[in-house]
Design a protein around this ligand. Structure first.
Ligand SMILES: [Zn+2]
Ligand SMILES: [Zn+2]
Length: 355
């Protein structure tokens, strides 16, 4: 039987088809490519806007606003937020607050988009299409909510993408609008979403983390470096997510270049001991890291393992508490018995010590 609260939570976890019309509409508009054809200039704009806006998400929304992985001035901070907003992924404060929540509870039952807990589609996009996470959790992003221009942009997050769409139409006509906005935005959405869905399932785990994050070179290429997701979950506040020379991380290269001209500074990097922590793992730990993540279906085996682990921890804690309570009772009994002993008997303190 459903309790009232679980019924309410199931309700706001259902896809809201009405508010999802724009999301579906952007996808459907991609079909217009069959009508407008593929002018090289339109396709080039599509690719360029994918890269620029993905950069706004990774360098801006993610590394700067969610993790404060580097420093910059107030003007460039606004530019980062503005470019990120053109990706049509809601407001900067909304995005960063939810992302901080993901790191706090990654792959635990509270995680807002864990493929292990809730399956592929939920982690990929259904969590955005329901009403549950519509509000910006301001308490989780207080450090940036003190800037009125960011609060404004967070509220009117559709202004940048609408301006972009209108500009594309006036510059290159309907075909440029279709390729530069609708196709590019659809690709950008699903490229970004893979980090929440696929990056917790496919790839290699180098570091022990409490979640199932993985490093995946293909996802790193399409997301300009975000696919080194196991590195990122192991140590989240670094400006680079590719930690070794072969881990291509375009977002980091551009941030590094911007630091040379003084636009950004204080890029945080992983320490050597963080980077090489995996060298100290035991063979058992390595074997556990090499195990695949079963996730098809809402509750994979991994979720059961995580749940069993939590239950075992709880049980151990309860057993510890019970043992402590029993010990206290014995001490009390000895102390009260000692009160009735003749004066020649050992003192209660001596009896307590002998236990
Ligand atoms: Zn993650
Ligand atoms: Zn992150």
């Amino acid at each position: 039987m459903q309790t009232p609260s679980s019924a309410a939570s199931a309700d706001n976890e259902r896809i809201n088809w009405l508010s999802s019309i724009p999301f579906i509409g952007v996808h459907l508009m991609c079909l217009a490519v069959f009508w407008v054809g593929a002018r090289p200039v339109d396709v080039a704009v599509c690719v360029a806007l994918y890269v620029i806006r993905m950069w706004g998400i990774t360098a801006g929304y993610h590394r700067y606003f969610s993790h404060r992985a580097f420093k910059t001035g107030r003007v460039f901070q606004f530019i980062l937020a503005f470019v990120g907003s053109t990706s049509t992924q809601k407001g900067v404060l909304w995005w960063a607050a939810n992302h901080r929540h993901h790191h706090r509870y990654s792959d635990q039952p509270e995680d807002i988009h864990s493929p292990i807990q809730r399956g592929f589609w939920w982690s990929h996009m259904n969590w955005i299409l329901c009403d549950k996470y519509g509000e910006t959790k301001m308490e989780a992003i207080k450090d940036f909510a003190r800037y009125p221009e960011l609060v404004w942009l967070n509220r009117f997050h559709l202004v940048p993408p609408v301006l972009l769409a209108v500009a594309l139409y006036f510059i290159g006509g309907f075909s440029m609008l279709v390729w530069g906005f609708f196709v590019s935005t659809t690709l950008l959405w699903h490229g970004t979403f893979t980090i929440n869905s696929l990056s917790h399932v496919f790839g290699k785990r180098r570091y022990k983390t409490t979640d199932t994050s993985r490093n995946n070179w293909l996802l790193a290429l399409i997301t300009l470096g975000e696919g080194w997701h196991n590195n990122h979950h192991y140590h989240q506040n670094t400006a680079n997510q590719g930690w070794f020379w072969w881990e291509v991380d375009i977002s980091y290269y551009t941030l590094k270049a911007l630091s040379w001209v003084g636009v950004v500074e204080g890029l945080r990097m992983p320490s050597e001991s963080t980077k090489y922590a995996y060298l100290k793992y035991t063979p058992e730990e390595r074997a556990e890291l090499a195990a695949p993540t079963p996730f098809w279906g809402a509750r994979g085996a991994r979720a059961q393992i995580l749940a069993a682990r939590t239950a075992a921890n709880d049980a151990a804690k309860a057993a510890g508490d019970a043992a402590k309570a029993a010990g206290d009772k014995v001490r009390e009994a000895i102390a009260s018995a000692a009160d009735h002993l003749p004066t020649s008997a050992p003192t209660p303190q001596a009896l307590l010590k002998r236990r």
